[in-house]
Design a protein around this ligand. Structure first.
Ligand code: GLY
Length: 426
């Protein structure tokens, strides 16, 4: 098979790595890819937003399966476009991708199908005064979410009512988020443990992949600004069968059956961003694609051929697949980022140490490119250093990752030093 992967981050590098292990795969292309992905795939210089060009490429090169990494092309309807031409593509249609691309849709959907989530109200630009009144009635912290996609920056946790009202002005008056901010959700702040659960769905049937923890904050101890994710591990020790059954019964099943009732069955990877609260698991958000950097730790734990799973998702036959997970293993990923990230950062720094032979280490590239034979930084998140090993030796796996991280350098390289620390499996 010839496979086309769309995207250019650590998630797409992990997907390319796993897909390259399939005996069915003859060649992988990746658009637009990065320096690391180019070791596994032929790089195609087409940008994410050029869906017609991506379609043309797939048709001209007889691509057998296209895999979409990021949310933007899904929201732009790339799956619908490819399906019209009878091309196989892994991911949800534009209508199904609304679970991620419209926070208002997602919240109203959860209310309709009684899926546990935070209490909320929605407002549009014409309802600014109602939104202010609601803020004044709601206990702090207050969470404001812009309706549309905002590259991970559209969720604002406001510690005071004054901050919430100032953010409201930024969104509705100064239009900081453009059209994505034409409607908002204001919701209660949930307290608990954040948990990422990926499912692969074929419209009706689903597989649940091992749960993962994502470190969203830039600083050790979960302090500082939100990022795309500074590290991850999988599975998560406290998630037992009982909790997983609750998640399945109260959240996963009603979401999948609800989307069928809405006339938009979901196919692809449906990612449940959860908060495990005192009163049980609740949905923080849905994502219509694999998460980053959770994919980097989840895929190494899967024994199945990922291409077979993706084809079964497209062809509505996931009930024929038995998921095989490396139950006695756990994995961890530490992200190296550019100085300044998640605010402004410099790129173009030469990366040293990538050629070293590290034992049991996978280095997934996120923001890298080639420059005259050197690998240089080209993004906020640069690399995801990953390893897996036996669960009972997890702290050794963590030390192994950090030993590798210390030997990979570039000007301004930053990483958290507490990823996977204090995580123990019985
Ligand atoms: N790790 C969070 C995300 O992929 O959105």
């Amino acid at each position: 098979m010839k496979i086309l992967i769309i995207g250019s981050g650590g998630r797409e590098h992990a997907l390319a790595w796993k897909i390259s292990q399939s005996p069915m795969v003859k060649k992988i292309f990746c658009a637009p890819g990065n320096a690391g992905i180019s070791q596994l795939a032929e790089i195609v210089p087409i940008k994410l937003e050029k869906k017609e060009q991506l379609l043309k490429f797939a048709l001209e090169n007889s691509i057998d399966l296209t895999v979409v990494g990021p949310e933007q092309p899904l929201n732009d309807g790339i799956v619908d476009l490819f399906l019209e031409k009878n091309l196989k593509i892994f991911g949800p249609t534009q209508a199904a991708a609304r679970l991620e691309s419209s926070k208002v849709f997602a919240k109203e959907f959860m209310k309709k199908y009684k899926i546990p989530t935070a209490n909320y109200r929605t407002f549009n630009r014409n309802q600014k005064f109602d939104a202010e009144r609601y803020i004044n009635e709601t206990p702090v912290p207050i969470v404001i979410k812009v309706d549309g996609l905002a590259s991970g920056k559209g969720v604002l946790i406001c510690e005071s009512k004054e901050i919430a009202i100032a953010e409201l002005d930024n969104i509705f008056v100064h239009q900081k988020f453009g059209e994505a901010g034409s409607s908002i959700v204001i919701e209660d702040y949930m307290v608990g443990e954040e948990l990422s659960v990926f499912t692969i769905v074929d419209g009706e049937n689903f597989l649940i992949l091992p749960p993962a923890h994502d470190y969203k904050k830039i600083l050790d101890g979960d302090k500082g600004k939100n990022t795309g994710g500074m590290g991850s591990y999988s599975p998560v020790p406290y998630v037992d069968e009982d909790l997983m059954n609750k998640i399945k019964r109260n959240i996963i099943k009603p979401t999948i059956s609800g989307m069928i009732k809405e006339g938009s069955p979901f196919r692809g990877c449906l990612y449940f961003g959860l908060m495990v609260t005192e009163t049980g698991p609740r949905v923080v958000e849905y994502n219509s694609r694999f998460g980053d950097p959770e994919t980097q730790v989840v895929l190494p734990l899967i024994e199945n051929d990922l291409v077979e799973i993706m084809l079964a998702s497209i062809e509505n036959r996931l009930n024929q697949i038995k998921l095989k997970v490396k139950d006695d293993e756990a994995s961890v990923c530490v992200v190296l980022s550019s100085h300044g990230y998640p605010d402004d950062y410099e790129v173009g720094k030469k990366i040293f140490g990538l050629e070293k032979k590290f034992q049991d280490i996978l280095i997934f590239h996120a923001g890298t490119k080639f420059d005259n034979g050197d690998v240089i930084t080209s993004g906020g998140r640069v690399l995801g250093v990953t390893s897996s090993g036996r669960k009972e030796k997890f702290q050794q796996t963590v030390s192994n990752v950090y030993a590798a991280v210390e030997q990979i350098t570039f000007d301004g390289a930053y990483y958290r030093s507490d990823i996977g620390k204090n995580v123990y499996f019985k």
